[in-house]
Structures are given as structure tokens and as C-alpha cells.
Design a protein around this ligand. Structure first.
Ligand code: PA5
Length: 426
């Protein structure tokens, strides 16, 4: 993986070589903190050990009991769904992957009506085992399966922590269950059982995903100049300090569209604390060159753009034509055009003084994805260290979870009382 900071130099907001040199001594100290956290398997930092601590055999032992299904339906939300969705949507498979995260009844009904339930594996994922959306959706799915005459206990895989309602349900029905590792917050769990069960069910090489993660792990060093993940984390942090409060993440590959969603969760939930943080925006190249790019180039100078691409992709030649004005396209390929669009966007942003960072992976395959996902997690942890925020907690998210449960009578939570008081005022 390669990170190029060149287009963030001398821009507005911007960095200079001297800023980066000065920042590097803080990166060194932050790296030591991160390495200590990893060595002690401390909460959160343990996620950066996953490429070595995740046992792919244990995942396969749980997934191999299902004959290759037609579809996998993951019921989970946030960090319990987005990592698997990123891998599933990036990699081709003849096993369809679906994700039920929201509790929009229309969407749930439509999905269940379309699924071949008799040949679907239901993968229910919740670290806490108490998340209302996930458990409610699972109850709905379970009933739909029973109504369709499918023995849901034979088609369900559970991934959860040691306690919670989901664990109790798995125990009661003797469902196959895999453990969420200790010390790993949901949004950092893609390289664990949480993120890898779906690709295993789809027939992907999960060992290669972990090998990519190990590539990222081995590249961690004391210097941002030697570590692509730290170059990205340090540059985004320094740009935010200088006013780049939005980070528009723009992959130039449709297969990486869900990666931008995963990144948005990682960045927002980890770094949005104490009045600090950087708002992630999601865009897709080249499509959003024809929409959002106008704002990124000419709007308020409070943004940076992260441009991400694979350096290898299938070519798909553009057929020759002698149509007036179009001959220039013939003989090149869609890949050439997409790469030209990528470089044009970079140059156009740089010409307008808008900082942009280039992130390149070799290709969209298991190993490169593992490396990219690991690098962004390490970048996020570094950013959190530099900003002195509590990267691995999510009090605002927990507040909403408790309030919603309490409002439905699922417990006595003061957060729910606050909402109930507001309801009364209306
Ligand atoms: O990153 C996080 O901690 C959250 O996004 C959680 O993953 C999400 O709220 C789901 O939680 P759980 O896995 O406990 O159902």
C-alpha cells in the first residue's frame, strides 16, 4: 500500500515538509504508546493484533458445517456488519451476501420476500448480544424461516460475546456460536470472527485477508515517513488541526464503495469526541466528479479529499470508433479512463489549493483489502493518540442504544427517561 502526501503540501489548509518533520517526533511517541497497548493486549489496541490472533481454522470450523449456500444474510449493525459488508461487496462470489442492519419494516419485508430462505445461512452478529435492532431483526427473520418451513436452528450461525441475550439464545437452541474476541470494539473487528465469517461462507481466502493485515502490522514503525498507515493518520490529524474538518473519502473503484462507509464509521465513532474529530464524507470516483467535486474544489476551504485506487484493474477495451470527436477514446480502456479521471481530480484539487491524499493498493483482492483495512485502523488509532481522544469508546452511540431499549420497556435507563420527558412536553 502506498500513501502519497504530496498534494497536501502548500495547500489551504495545508502541510509543509517542516510540519511533517516536527510531527514525526510526536508520531514516534504515539507509536510507542500503541506498541505498548498491543503488547499488553489492552482494550482497543488488541484490535491491531488481530492479524496474528485471529484463528482462521476456528472460523472455518464454524462455517464449513453449512454446505455452500445460495445466500448469506447477516443480521447485525454498525461494527458488527460493516466490516463483513466491505469484504463481501469488494470481492466477487456466487454466494450472495445480504445485510440486515436497519429496522425499516419495508426494507426488511422486501428483503425477506426475495431471499431463498431454505438455502440461506443467517449470520447473527452482536458483540454485546443486546442490541435492539439486531435482536428484533433476528426474531423477524427466524419467524419468516419457520413460516417458510425452514428449520432456522439448522441455518443459523451466531457471533457474539460471552454474555448477553444472543449468547443465551444460542445456548438455548444449541446454535453454532463463534466468539467475538475480547478487547476489540465493533468498528475495529473486521479482521476477527466478526468480519471474516461472511467471506469464509462465500468461499474467499480469509487467510489472505489476515496476511494482508500482517503486512500492515509489520510496516508499523516509529516514523510516519516509513509507515503508510501513520503517514495517513498523521496527515489527516495535522490537516484537521489546520481546519480540514471534513475528510471526503473517494475510492475510484465501485467495489470499494462500502469501504468508504466502513471508513466513515471508523473515523466518526472513534475520533468524534470532546468537540474534536473530522467528519467523514463518502464519495465515489468517477461518479461524484459530476456532483460533489464542485463543493470539494470551490466550497469552504475546510476539507481534505482522500483518493483511493487499485493500481491494477481489468482493462475492458473501449471499441474503436470513427465517430467525429470520439476517436480519441478508441484504443484505450475503461481502466485508462478511470485512472485519467483520478489523476485529473487530484490535479484539479491541487490547482485549487485543496489538500488531497493518494492511497493506492495493488488490486482489489483479499490480501490488499486486509492491508488497507488494517492500515486505516492503525491510522485512526494514531490520529486518536495525537488528538488525545478516547478512540475506543462510543458514549454517544451507547446513549442512543439505551434510550431506545428503555423506551420499548427493555430496561430501566435514565437515557429513556430523558426522551420520555421530551415526549411529554410535545
Ligand atoms: O463500533 C461499535 O462499537 C458499534 O458500532 C457496534 O458495533 C454496534 O453498535 C453494534 O453493537 P453490537 O455488536 O453490540 O450489537
Amino acid at each position: 500500500m502506498n500513501v502519497d502526501l504530496g498534494n497536501a503540501l502548500e495547500t489551504t489548509p495545508g502541510l509543509t515538509e517542516e510540519t511533517l518533520e516536527r510531527l514525526d517526533s510526536r508520531v514516534e511517541a504515539a507509536h510507542h504508546r500503541i506498541a505498548t497497548g498491543m503488547a499488553n493486549d489492552e482494550f482497543g489496541y488488541a484490535a491491531l493484533n488481530l492479524p496474528e490472533t485471529t484463528d482462521p481454522e476456528a472460523i472455518r470450523a464454524a462455517t464449513d458445517r453449512f454446505d455452500r449456500p445460495e445466500a448469506v444474510l447477516t443480521v447485525g449493525i454498525g461494527g458488527s456488519a460493516l466490516g463483513a459488508a466491505t469484504l463481501a461487496n469488494a470481492l466477487e462470489s456466487d454466494v450472495d451476501a445480504h445485510f440486515l442492519d436497519n429496522v425499516d419494516p419495508d426494507a426488511v419485508d422486501a428483503l425477506l420476500a426475495d431471499l431463498p430462505l431454505e438455502d440461506t445461512v443467517v449470520n447473527v452478529v452482536s458483540k454485546s448480544g443486546t442490541t435492539a435492532e439486531t435482536l428484533a431483526n433476528f426474531l423477524v427473520v427466524r419467524e419468516a424461516m419457520a413460516d417458510a418451513g425452514v428449520d432456522w436452528t439448522e441455518r443459523t450461525l451466531v457471533t457474539t460475546g460471552q454474555a448477553g441475550n444472543l449468547r443465551a439464545l444460542a445456548d438455548e437452541h444449541d446454535l453454532p456460536a463463534i466468539d467475538v474476541p475480547d478487547g476489540v470494539p465493533g468498528r475495529f473487528s473486521v479482521l476477527s470472527t466478526v468480519g471474516l465469517a461472511v467471506p469464509a461462507l462465500q468461499g474467499h481466502d480469509i487467510e489472505a485477508v489476515l496476511a494482508g493485515g500482517r503486512d500492515g502490522m509489520e510496516s508499523l514503525s516509529e516514523s510516519l515517513f516509513e509507515t503508510p498507515a501513520y503517514a495517513y493518520g498523521a496527515a489527516t490529524y495535522a490537516l484537521a488541526e489546520r481546519g480540514a474538518l471534513t475528510n471526503a473519502v473517494m475510492p475510484y473503484a465501485e467495489s470499494l464503495e462500502t469501504f468508504a462507509e466502513w471508513f466513515a464509521q471508523l473515523w466518526a465513532e472513534s475520533l468524534g469526541k470532546d468537540g474534536l474529530g473530522q467528519t467523514p464524507a463518502r464519495a465515489l470516483g468517477a461518479t461524484d466528479q459530476h456532483s460533489q467535486l464542485q463543493l470539494y474544489r470551490a466550497g469552504p476551504p475546510d476539507k481534505l479529499v482522500s483518493l483511493i485506487r487499485p493500481t491494477e484493474r481489468s482493462a475492458t477495451p473501449i471499441p474503436e470508433t470513427d465517430l467525429d470527436g470520439l476517436a480519441y477514446l478508441g484504443g484505450s480502456s475503461l481502466a485508462d479512463l478511470l485512472d485519467a479521471e483520478f489523476e485529473a481530480t487530484e490535479a484539479s484539487l491541487a490547482a485549487a489549493g485543496v489538500p488531497n491524499l493518494r492511497v493506492e493498493i495493488d488490486r482489489v483482492d483479499e490480501r490488499s483489502l486486509g492491508e488497507l483495512l488494517y492500515a486505516m485502523e492503525a491510522a485512526c488509532v494514531l490520529y486518536g493518540e495525537l488528538a488525545s481522544v478516547s478512540t475506543f469508546t462510543q458514549p454517544a452511540v451507547e446513549w442512543g442504544k439505551k434510550a431506545a431499549r428503555g423506551l420499548l420497556g427493555g430496561g430501566d435507563f435514565e437515557e429513556a427517561d430523558a426522551v420520555a420527558d421530551k415526549r411529554e412536553l410535545r
